[in-house]
Design a protein around this ligand. Structure first.
Ligand SMILES: [Zn+2]
Length: 86
């Protein structure tokens, strides 16, 4: 796990933060999708992009998104707080 290809220094800004499980919403009108902070999987609103994820773990401001698989793989290492709603 220490050498997982998905880990690229995210500890600096993702360690110990609060995440919310939610439906994907764009952070800005200026872009139509986001990527998982770890594996790069795409998040998009319903029907916007074929094959994209529509739900995930995100920061309160919808700026950072993490897919279910990465959340489960890294939740202990990153000590995330999971909250409802948001
Ligand atoms: Zn991921």
């Amino acid at each position: 796990m220490a050498n997982d290809w998905r880990l690229q220094g995210q500890e600096k800004y993702l360690h110990g933060i609060t995440l919310f499980w939610k439906k994907y919403r764009r952070y800005s009108e200026a872009w139509d999708h986001d990527h998982c902070e770890f594996c790069g999987s795409k998040f998009a609103e319903q029907d916007a992009i074929t094959g994209a994820l529509h739900e995930g773990y995100a920061t309160a401001d919808n700026y950072r998104w993490i897919c279910t698989e990465c959340f489960n793989d890294f939740k202990d290492r990153f000590a995330w707080w999971l909250k409802q709603g948001g």
